[in-house]
Design a protein around this ligand. Structure first.
Ligand SMILES: [Zn+2]
Length: 337
């Protein structure tokens, strides 16, 4: 190439990072400015063999990453499944400008449509200053994908609903991680998604009965680590971006829920969504993170315990519910005195 333009921008890193986490790496990666096909997280995230049909390419003139499902899945739904939003498709956004004031940023700098205050999760991500080029270079694939663990999801009465299988694909420098889902039809396993129930519903029931606190982690591996430490924990299938209010309903009435956020952008977005869906359903929601490393397993590996978890700035708002119970009028009166 003779053009001096950079071949890819930050948005391309963000999108491909998220896809690698959610559906695994592209089988045939191409130049960022050409379409590379990934498995579509909406209609191909079931573990079946598919010819990947989610095209991703970078447009350097717009500073934008294009994401398009050739089977016509909805763009926002595709992004939602990988923990991103439409605005993540552009390189230049307020949250990636570390030295700008976080509130009340106006559009002229970034484009005329950007005219609102940042959300708490955008502020949290800005404050954390996650490296944008943190993607590990795994090198070439050196072996076949291998199923390394299977996590069975059951209803409270013990009936099996489905399972998530964790897959490691060996590379020169480590392994790529991916997952596939299967649904239990009552007589056989069908490679398909299943009902949105949290993992370990029996444990959640016990916590609701006894008043014990519940941890919500990003994945099954961390739930297992929490269980080993004697804690009650849960997660949703398929990791960051896949939690919704259906999952949250099962935790309704819990005294205290601790959302353990992975230390990266999808992790913060996921934790914020979990916390938002729980705020009006439980006594208290905390949003905490590892003191060392990226997730709860790293935190425990470093010798820390539950009480060492750190609050995530902007996302951890202890006893937030009280704020909602303060009528707007009386607050206004108090302030004017
Ligand atoms: Zn699709």
């Amino acid at each position: 190439m003779t053009t001096p333009q950079p071949s890819q921008g930050r948005s391309y890193e963000v999108v491909t990072d998220a896809l690698n986490r959610r559906v695994g790496p592209a089988r045939f990666p191409r130049d960022p400015q050409q379409w590379t096909n990934y498995l579509c997280p909406v209609h191909e995230g079931d573990g079946h063999h598919h010819n990947p049909s989610l095209g991703v390419r970078y447009d350097p003139r717009q500073g934008k990453t294009m994401v398009r499902c050739w089977a016509r899945c909805n763009d926002e739904e595709v992004l939602d499944r990988i923990g991103l939003r439409v605005r993540d498709l552009w390189d230049r956004l307020p949250e990636r400008e570390p030295n700008r004031p976080p509130i009340g940023v106006h559009g002229q700098r970034y484009g005329v449509t950007e005219r609102r205050a940042l959300t708490p999760v955008e502020r949290a991500i800005t404050a954390a200053q996650f490296p944008t080029l943190a993607k590990r270079d795994l090198g070439a694939q050196t072996g076949r994908p291998q199923n390394v663990d299977t996590y069975v999801y059951k209803w409270p009465n013990g009936r099996v609903e489905g399972a998530v299988t964790r897959v490691h694909t060996p590379h020169e420098h480590g392994y790529a991680k991916s997952f596939w889902q299967a649904r239990w039809t009552g007589t056989e396993w069908e490679k398909a998604g299943f009902a949105p129930i949290p993992w370990k519903l029996t444990d959640i029931r016990e916590a609701l009965d006894t008043g014990r606190e519940i941890l919500v982690c990003e994945g099954e591996k961390d739930v297992q680590r929490a269980n080993q430490a004697g804690l009650i924990a849960t997660c949703n299938a398929m990791g960051a971006g896949s939690w919704n209010s259906e999952h949250a309903r099962w935790l309704a009435g819990a005294g205290r829920v601790i959302v353990v956020a992975d230390r990266d952008r999808p992790g913060y977005q996921h934790a914020a969504k979990v916390a938002d869906t729980l705020t009006d359903r439980v006594g208290e929601v905390r949003v905490l993170q590892a003191r060392s490393g990226k997730d709860l397993s790293d935190h425990f590996d470093a010798g820390y315990d539950l009480t060492d978890l750190e609050p995530v700035p902007y996302l951890d708002r202890p006893r937030q519910r009280e704020r909602f119970h303060t009528p707007v009028m009386s607050r206004a009166r108090t302030r004017s005195r």
